[in-house]
Design a protein around this ligand. Structure first.
Ligand SMILES: [Zn+2]
Length: 657
């Protein structure tokens, strides 16, 4: 979350506190993006004519089951955390602002503590929590999640009734702060950023948890926004957008799809930041120095506004942004940025080893954008990025033991992952983290009328009701580079099955019922199998995983090790790290927690050939590599690193050093 009051994000020299001041940005962006809502929206009878029809549709998460895997474990950990949290504590300041007596004490961290009073993000957690409970309900049909959505929606309706306005918020002096922001006064905080989380949570409650109360509260809130901003000139509006405002354009476009009310579409366009839209729509990368997570939710909104208006400039901006961030600005893990900001890639060596690289919200939001673009333009390139970031950014972000999640996932050699506390942090990444792990099933499979796409190799089953078909995927991936799929069909059925041939595999071989039927030597594509499928037909996809390196063009001697889609980190032990010391309150102090001196191993060799020095280790998905100054280094998947020092990037010494 960005904090500079000017809203001008180019401030790499500024302190972390300053960054945080401005904007409520995007760090918090909500978890259910256009993609997640796609199927629900597409089924809405009043979908306006101007909507650009998506090429693909996702499956309803209720039609996908996860089998045992690290993903299902992560989901269960988040479910437990969601059920531990108390809605009345998150509602505390919403009731205060509405003149009602709170029912329970407020939570700590960003929700109330003076350390973060400059960002004024009180209440953002409730929005994420609504989204997360709606996602968890859709994924599991555990009624406790729906009850929480319905309860919170009813409480917010009560706040609207008591205050006599549609505005529901929890930051101090809420209505006055928003009014001052709209008048163009200098304020402390990021009201639209925080409100976007509430908007998005209500949207998800309405669409995923079928909460009519959430829908009613959302429409009152949106109508308040329409009226409150109507007097603003375009110039005043654009000036306001210099302050972080999350994905307000996205959620307003969604509201247009939900209701057909053109006021919301107009407001979605007004909330589209022209200073960002204009250069991107001309394929100009002006991102150096900009606060990353302030921008990504705007871009997701650009894509959504394109779908609502048909205006090609929005689509061009969204796809160009994705291209430049995913292909030229990302680390091997799919993350990006240093101190939350995009940096000039020519200065890669000065930023890569930061303890404050790769804010996890940015990966959350890049996946939302990736998914939205993939639905419109189903290229394997999008799915490749999705897989890489899902393993190395999202799955990697959760402590498998506590269920808490990271803020930064930096590459300072020998540093460690730090996770939030259950009740005293409530960072932006806590919020997006609540959503990340209860929606894994939303991006494994996609379909059009007669084609089923298999994008991810995660043990799971998908039911395709329209075709009377069920496809079960059994796999030990990534421990083995293959996956098996089995059809259950009511009758012989003509369908196309599209299997992703990932970028990281030189070949893809497909067998049907034990006989080879296709072999692809074209990585980052799909193998299409069109045939009459019969009940019990068995499909096997065989891939190849190789040790390789990933590096930035500007720093060819700084490498990360990869194997298939996975980043392999040096596992560097627990010296100086006491149990529990990686659960921390304050995300601004990343880099100073557990800051005991530590000398990481030195790896030496030629970057062109060093991947050949990687040797198999004792267990599956473990490798070793010789160090120049000590015993060999154990390499393990970065997503498995927890409670341990690690290195993901290495500056190679010369072999004779
Ligand atoms: Zn964040």
């Amino acid at each position: 979350m960005e904090r500079d009051l000017s809203g001008d994000a180019c401030c790499t020299g500024r302190s972390r506190r300053n960054f945080l001041a401005s904007a409520g940005t995007a760090a918090l962006a909500a978890g259910v993006g256009p993609g997640t809502l796609g199927p629900v929206l597409a089924a809405t009878p009043d979908q306006p004519d101007s909507a650009a029809p998506a090429k693909l549709r996702p499956f309803d998460m209720a039609d996908v089951d996860l089998a045992e895997s690290p993903f299902l474990h992560a989901q269960r950990m988040t479910e437990a955390y969601l059920l531990r949290l108390q809605p009345d504590r998150m509602l505390h300041n919403f009731r205060v602002n509405a003149g009602l007596k709170p029912k329970a004490p407020v939570y700590g961290g960003w929700e109330s503590e003076p350390t973060w009073e400059d960002i004024n993000c009180h209440g953002h957690t409730l929005g994420h929590y609504l989204s997360a409970c709606a996602l968890a309900w859709r994924s599991t049909h555990d009624r406790r999640f729906k009850q929480r959505v319905d309860y919170i929606a009813a409480e917010l309706a009560e706040c609207q009734k008591a205050s006599g306005t549609g505005l529901v918020c929890a930051f101090p002096k809420g209505p006055a702060l928003v009014a001052a922001h709209i008048r163009g006064e200098r304020i402390s905080g990021v009201p639209w950023y925080t409100l976007h989380k509430v908007f998005a949570g209500l949207r998800d409650g309405a669409l995923l948890a079928d909460s009519t109360t959430a829908r009613e509260v959302l429409i009152r809130l949106a109508d308040w926004a329409v009226v409150a901003t109507r007097p603003m000139s375009d110039e005043q509006f654009e000036a306001m957008l210099n302050t972080e405002h999350g994905g307000m354009n996205e959620v307003l476009a969604d509201l247009y799809f939900m209701t057909g009310n053109a006021d919301y579409r107009t407001l979605a366009q007004r909330f589209s930041h022209k200073a960002i839209l204009e250069p991107l729509s001309h394929e100009r990368d002006h991102l150096d120095g900009l606060h990353a997570n302030t921008q990504i939710p705007k871009i997701i909104g650009f894509e959504r506004v394109h779908e609502a208006t048909g205006d090609a400039a929005y689509r061009k901006a969204a796809s160009f942004f994705w291209q430049t961030v995913a292909h030229t600005r990302s680390f091997a893990t799919g993350g990006h940025g240093d101190w939350e900001h995009f940096f000039p890639m020519a200065e890669f060596d000065a930023h890569v080893f930061s303890a404050k690289g790769s804010e996890t919200c940015c990966q959350h939001n890049m996946l939302k954008l990736t998914r939205a673009l993939f639905l419109q333009d189903p290229r394997a390139d999008y799915a490749d990025y999705y897989e890489r970031t899902l393993y190395n950014g999202i799955l990697a972000s959760q402590d498998p033991d506590s269920g808490m999640v990271t803020y930064f996932q930096g590459a300072r050699p020998g540093y460690m992952k730090l996770y939030h506390t259950p009740e005293d942090s409530f960072w932006c990444c806590t919020g997006t983290g609540m959503e990340n792990h209860v929606k894994y099933r939303d991006s494994i499979y996609f379909h059009d009328a007669s084609t089923l796409y298999v994008n991810l190799f995660i043990p799971s089953t998908v039911r395709w009701a329209d075709q009377g078909a069920t496809l079960a995927q059994t796999t030990a991936f990534p421990e083995t580079p293959s996956t098996s799929l089995r059809w259950t069909l009511k009758r012989p059925t003509d369908l196309t099955l599209k299997l992703r041939h990932p970028r990281w595999s030189r070949t893809a071989t497909v067998l049907v019922n034990g006989t080879q039927v296709a072999r692809s030597t074209n990585p980052s594509s799909y193998v299409a199998l069109t045939r009459t499928w019969r009940d019990g037909d068995q499909v096997e996809l065989r891939l190849e995983m190789h040790a390789a390196i990933d590096r930035a063009p500007a720093a060819p001697d700084i490498v990360a090790f990869i194997y298939g889609p996975l980043v392999f980190a040096g596992a560097l032990g627990r010296d100086g790290l006491t149990p529990g010391a990686d659960i921390v309150v304050n995300e601004r102090k990343y880099g100073s927690y557990n800051d005991t001196p530590f000398a990481p191993p030195v790896l030496a060799g030629d970057p062109e050939t060093i991947a050949g020095s990687v040797r198999p280790g004792d267990k599956p998905l473990e490798f070793v590599i010789a160090a120049a100054d000590r015993q060999p280094v154990r390499l393990i998947p970065y997503y498995r690193v927890a409670h341990e020092r690690y290195a993901t990037y290495w500056k190679l010494g010369s072999a004779d050093a």
